[in-house]
Design a protein around this ligand. Sequence first.
Ligand code: SF4
Ligand code: SF4
Length: 294
Amino acid sequence: MTPTLRILYRGPLSSCNYGCEYCPFAKHTEIDAEHDADRRALDRFVAWVGEQRDRRISVLFTPWGEALVRKRYQDAIVTLTNMEHVEKIAIQTNLSCRLDWVERCDKSKLGLWATYHPGEVAREKFLAQCRDADRRGVRFSVGSVGLKEHQEDIAALRDALPEHIYLWVNAYKRQMDYYTPDEIARYTQIDSLFPINTERHPSEGEPCQAGQTAISVDGDGVMRRCHFVRDPIGNIYDSNFADALQPRLCKNETCGCHIGYVHMDRLGQYELYGDGLLERIPVKPVWRALPMSP
Ligand code: SF4
Ligand code: SF4
């Protein structure tokens, strides 16, 4: 049987209800025509997935901005999780939306990648959303960018979350040598997998599943290996799109983002995450191994 095709979908949407100061989509709104274009692209993608009945498919939505505040994305996920040949539908979200729509999903196939933005939402409010998702039986990971000034807040979130929920920390890599050894140790106590994310992994010439069993797809159906190698390799709306799914070596010098490097063969991340790969939930609760310091 052909291996599951994992698709990172990013359509034209580029707006968000939050205002993170480092983000180009902060508080950005779109005109009706832009929303219509995003809706058409999304509808076409969902219909295409529905037609691929001879192939197992998983999707991670990685929108520019926040998609789950839009009913069309909630409906798309409901539809996709209820397709028999679909294995997993996951989405990156700030978790600010109401969650009643998840009841229409096949929740065994749903995964949320929920990011906490300490400057945008009170911790208690975000935690209430996490508890709601947990009560509804949704599988999700929670995480945040590990800025120095947010360390206490993220530690407090870890303490307050139910133990079975994984909290990841994304290393801030825009500044060289940003962390002191103590800060790395502290974030590693919060997320035992933090050290993997602090590195830009040398990737040039490395075998990677991106382009073979994982692809990135935009609103026009253009296929790329991943979000980080810009050359198109085909288009899912062409009847022969599958011809492009071939083993390839990485062309980039390094790969520093979780949604990319998990597909590099040598890092062994498929074994670590298993079927929680897209929503970033490790198979074993590795995060419980490290007791928090007082
Ligand atoms: S929640 Fe995400 S998309 Fe929205 S402004 Fe913040 S970083 Fe940008
Ligand atoms: S190693 Fe990273 S950048 Fe290179 S192909 Fe794989 S996902 Fe893309």
